[in-house]
Design a protein around this ligand. Structure first.
Ligand code: PMP
Length: 408
């Protein structure tokens, strides 16, 4: 029996019921970019805006207290979802990009000195490259890169060698959004910690596909986006170990992050508020909570099993297409499948897939350095989520056959 009842799950997603593309039912395979939202998330947002919309933390009035309670309950839910030891280790941000910028800027200002290094990997998303580049430039530090092999796996031998005393932080992705590679983050963390070097995990493509327990895994920082795990856009999470967050200076200044302000001097609020300047995305946080509760209800282990079945099926079927080349052939992989067919430009292929109702992404997927390594302009990427079906894959593969025949 399949690990989950996909027909039932699909009924929870109004867009999947309603959306058509050129009159065809939508086959949505762009989940690494963003996921669709279940009704319960939409209802939660509406209930907030129609029932108790109010600013948080500063109000004496009842609505404000209600909104504050809901916002702080959402934080507790996120903490429990990641099994964080302390609720104040959860900072609400705009998304993964914002979370990484927070750490790069705040940690970097405090702990990076000229001659130090930041270690990232060759398969990072631009949002786990550029913020580090910017702070390295500012602090006179160097950005170092863990290389990959031809299958798109991290070269752990090279990682061990790069991990010298100059490295002050390691920042890597759990899963490559382009190649689908699952990285050995446990090993990376163990090796870094043996040298007292903290590790940031980019879990933008992690949390929605596999269980992540921060007390078991022990990352020092972990970032993810609400919109890629069935929640709203504009909300994200930074998990940070309390001992690090307490040592780090605020990222942005403003309301909510202060204890007292005079023109001479400001004292900062305690965690997590020190890192949440200004009115937060209250609705987003509550919506994210609803999304995480939905994922919990379905069961992340079942989601993982289902997506693995879909992935194996898709990899098998796609490789039957004449001239199709998989970009990224890691032994451990999840959710994102990148490919090219012959010398057809990925954009042309993507356009013909779109005409057949199949939503995929084409291009460099915000991993330009990775595309340069493979010597390609981009890929066609199909990415999976819990609501995809074998039928979706069949339609994708049929459409690829057809498009390739037209373009060859
Ligand atoms: N890292 C990875 C691995 C991603 O896939 C993405 C989104 N494509 C990001 C970071 C950035 O996420 P966001 O745009 O939601 O900030």
């Amino acid at each position: 029996a399949p690990p989950l009842d996909v027909a039932r799950i699909r009924k929870d997603f109004p867009l999947l019921q309603q959306a058509t593309v050129y009159g065809l039912p939508l086959v949505y395979l762009d989940n690494a970019a963003t996921t669709q939202k279940p009704q319960v998330v939409l209802d939660t947002l509406e209930q907030y805006y129609t029932g108790y919309n109010s600013n948080v933390h500063r109000g004496v009035h009842q609505l404000s207290q209600q909104a504050t309670e809901a916002y702080e309950l959402a934080r507790k839910t996120v903490a429990a979802y990641l099994n964080a030891e302390h609720t104040q280790e959860i900072i609400f941000t705009k998304g993964t990009t914002d979370s990484i910028n927070l750490v790069a800027s705040s940690y970097g200002r405090k702990f990076l000195q000229p001659g130090d290094a930041v270690l990232i990997s060759a398969m990072e998303h631009h949002s786990n490259i550029v913020p580090w580049q910017m702070i390295c430039e500012e602090r006179g530090a160097e950005l170092k890169v863990i290389p990959i092999n031809e299958r798109g796996e991290l070269r752990m031998d090279a990682f061990s060698q790069l991990l010298d005393e100059r490295v002050k932080i390691v920042a890597v992705t759990c899963v490559s959004n382009t190649l689908g590679t699952i990285n050995p983050v446990k090993d990376i963390i163990a090796q870094a910690h043996a040298r007292n070097i903290p590790v940031l995990l980019d879990a933008a493509q992690g949390v929605q596909h596999m269980a992540i327990d921060v007390q078991e895994l022990q990352p020092d920082f972990l970032a993810f986006s609400g919109h890629k795990i069935y929640g709203p856009t504009g909300i994200g999470v930074l998990y940070g170990k309390q001992e690090w967050l307490e040592k780090m200076p605020p990222y942005q200044g403003g309301g909510d992050m202060i204890k007292t302000v005079t023109f001479a001097r400001t004292t900062y609020n305690e965690l997590p508020y020190k890192f949440e300047a200004g009115t937060p995305h209250v609705a987003g946080a509550i919506g994210l909570e609803a999304a995480l509760n939905y994922v919990k209800l379905v069961g992340i282990d079942k989601i993982q099993q289902w997506e693995e079945q879909l992935q194996d099926y898709a990899l098998q079927a796609l490789q039957q297409v004449e001239g199709l080349r998989l970009i990224g052939q890691a032994a451990h992989r999840a959710a994102s499948i990148s490919f090219l067919v012959g010398d057809i430009h990925p954009y042309d292929l993507g356009e013909l897939l779109d005409k057949q109702g199949i939503a995929v992404r084409t291009g460099h997927h915000c991993t330009e350095p990775l595309m340069d390594l493979f010597g390609i302009p981009g890929t066609v990427r199909a990415s999976l989520s819990m609501y995809n079906t074998f039928e979706d894959i069949d339609k994708l593969v049929a459409a690829v056959h057809k498009a390739a025949a037209m373009l060859r």
